[in-house]
Design a protein around this ligand. Sequence first.
Ligand SMILES: Nc1ncnc2c1ncn2[C@@H]1O[C@H](COP(=O)(O)OP(=O)(O)OP(=O)(O)O)[C@@H](O)[C@H]1O
Ligand SMILES: [Mg+2]
Length: 240
Amino acid sequence: MEKVKFGIPGLDEILKGGVKEGSTILITGVPGTGKSIAAMQFIYNNALKGIPGIFITSEENMTSLRENMLNLGLKIEALEKKGLMTIVEQSITSGGMISIEAPLKLITQKKIKRVAMDSLTLFEFVYGGSTNEFRKGIISFIKQMKEAGVTLVVTSERDTSEVDGMKFKPEDFIFDGLIILSMIRKGSSFERVIHVNKMRGQEHMIDVFPFQIGEGGLKVFPKQIPFSLIEQDVLKKSKR
Ligand SMILES: Nc1ncnc2c1ncn2[C@@H]1O[C@H](COP(=O)(O)OP(=O)(O)OP(=O)(O)O)[C@@H](O)[C@H]1O
Ligand SMILES: [Mg+2]
């Protein structure tokens, strides 16, 4: 089976080569954990290989998004000019009608197979804050994406960064895959860690791995153990 490469160094190794074509993945974490960058790497690196994608942003405006990504070495504009990448801005604060119809039209018309949506908050605005309508909205969006054969990456926010104490939300169960980005404190240091919680229908590693953000975006180290968790593990073991 041909897998879709996520495009994040180290993550594809954790995913044993990538994700299943047509799957839907939620990247979740507290602010500043790297969700937007990760979603952008998915679209950007697939576009670099000639597979066109759409990045729907309701979080950052296009200009600052392009600028921030350029600081990481992701040259979005060049790919936009080649028609390999499209950024769709769905601003919540613009006061205009928020709709997901426009990007949906673009996806079917241009036969797009890679879509990222940053972030799920957009749905909460579209569906007026009602939990049921919000869930129904996500389910119907996912259904449309699946019918179009799209591999979808969506970001969502959390208010707790703990990997152990994470309270799961209803939307976590809707997606095929769930990737959690966290920052763990040890003394005065923070370490970025990633954990693939689920990836339906395929094999993947389930451990917590350290990652960094720098040139190119996220870089995961699948052969390393997070330093912030080493002592914790040793302490836990010695209590047994
Ligand atoms: N050029 C850069 N070099 C190094 N690190 C960077 C660079 N640009 C951003 N970062 C790191 O990435 C973080 C932002 O990543 P990103 O925007 O993906 O977070 P996020 O999880 O989407 O946050 P939010 O929930 O606020 O949208 C910054 O806080 C910073 O730590
Ligand atoms: Mg973000």
